[in-house]
Design a protein around this ligand. Structure first.
Ligand code: ADP
Ligand code: MG
Length: 390
């Protein structure tokens, strides 16, 4: 197995990676990895986030060596494991990674000891280990995850949290430094899932492994990630820490996928340090607009844009001297989550979502005045007319 290079800047480097499949229906091809370049740092928790079918699993399997890409290169710990140009393709067992599957996939009929020992016993290419060495390594791995003394138990006797630790021990026993997770928590009950996530973050910080974690669940991504790569049809749409992805979405796709977003089409009327944008709801003033514009090219007067604001940034009936943008709406429906009140409102054809912690009760059909502060508005590129997304 490759020795990690001291001081290597990145654990995993992916360059220009592409992979196509012939469609299962037989008609044409799809490209679930489309020119992806991505570096993952040592000890980083990177989440690949996107809807079902966007290519997350294919990318993870390519890093693991379970899938052979068409183009590009992948190196792990400074060793090239795949390079299309140089014809290099190392099989999974020669890559310093461990893959962790859905629901953690422990073998129910094997003791914890045997589950954890499995990767050591099934190694094909490396030297065979003796019983004593295997036992020592397993005990070490169990100690790492705080499960000393549970080796004789079966998975069914352990709590969900303990089972997750066994899966981590099994992944770490072969001394892999990079753990690849493919939606391990997607079949777990919501309540348990929250506990397991919190525990996983703690374990990762403590043990220091590098994680590449696939999920379609944005809340999970936000909680776990140091950085989130938001994937859209095989491409990285945005790569940033969770807070930045939420507060500065680069596109409408990201804004809608992470949290919920109110999106209103507009046209730029004027620009100085602030922008004035005309919409069907009226004119909006955006303070310091260059900070709030996510397009690649400078904004110009007359440009079409998408105005975006988060539901929780909407103020209901702000006072008359508020410096917010204000407009009138009619209440369609309310619902109460215990922490917040959701208001669905409309103005003409525009439907908007408002989240408020005030617990005033508004009757359906109530006329409300909404406000959004001038620095809580974002300007995104307009959406080209799309033929329904996948
Ligand atoms: N072996 C394969 N043959 C043909 N199509 C595949 C194969 N594996 C995946 N795909 C297709 O590639 C796309 C991406 O799949 P996948 O990487 O599993 O997405 P995700 O994990 O984000 O849901 C999907 O349209 C899927 O049907
Ligand atoms: Mg998948």
């Amino acid at each position: 197995m490759a020795e990690p290079q001291e001081g290597a800047p990145h654990r995993v480097e992916i360059r220009g990676l592409s992979k196509s499949f012939r469609r299962r229906s037989g008609a044409g091809t799809i490209k679930p990895i489309d020119d992806i370049t991505l570096s993952i740092q040592d000890g980083e928790f990177l989440v690949l986030l996107g809807p079902s079918g966007c290519g997350k699993t294919t990318l993870l399997r390519s890093i693991a060596g379970l899938e052979r890409p068409d183009e590009g290169s992948i190196s792990i710990d400074g060793t090239t494991v795949y390079d299309s140009g140089r014809g290099i393709f190392l099989p999974p067992n020669r890559r310093p990674i461990s893959m962790i599957f859905q629901s953690y996939a422990l073998w129910p009929h094997m003791t914890i000891f045997k589950n954890v020992a499995y990767p050591l016993r099934s190694r094909k290419s490396t030297r065979r280990l003796g019983h004593a060495e295997i036992a020592a390594r397993v005990e070490q791995a169990l100690a790492k995850v705080g499960l000393v003394g549970l080796g004789d138990q079966y998975p069914g006797q352990l709590s969900g949290g303990q089972q997750q630790r066994v899966a981590l021990a099994r992944a770490l026993v072969s001394e892999a430094q990079v753990l690849l997770f493919d939606e391990p928590l997607s079949n777990v009950d919501a309540k348990v899932r929250e506990e397991l996530r919190a525990q996983l973050v703690e374990m990762q910080r403590e043990l220091g492994f590098t994680a590449i974690y696939v999920t379609h669940d944005q809340a999970e991504a936000m909680e776990l990630a140091d950085r989130i790569a938001v994937l859209n049809s095989g491409r990285i749409e945005q790569l940033d820490p969770p807070r930045r992805v939420y507060q500065r979405p680069q596109s409408r796709y990201v804004a809608e996928f992470i949290g919920s977003a109110n999106l209103v089409a507009g046209v730029v009327r004027s620009l100085d340090e602030r922008a004035v944008v005309d919409t069907a709801l009226g004119s909006f003033v955006i303070e310091d607009y260059t900070e709030h514009w996510t397009g690649d090219t400078p904004l110009g007067t007359g440009d079409s844009v998408t105005l975006m604001f988060r539901p929780e940034d909407c103020l209901v009936d702000p006072g008359p001297d508020s410096r917010s943008n204000m407009w009138d709406v009619e209440l369609v429906r309310t619902s109460f989550t215990g922490v917040q009140q959701h208001l669905l409102v409309h103005s003409g054809d525009e439907r908007l979502i408002v989240l408020t912690t005030n617990d005033a009760q508004y009757p359906e059909g109530a006329k409300l005045r909404l406000g959004v502060e001038r620095h809580k508005l974002h300007l995104l590129p307009p959406v080209p007319a799309e033929s329904g997304a996948a």
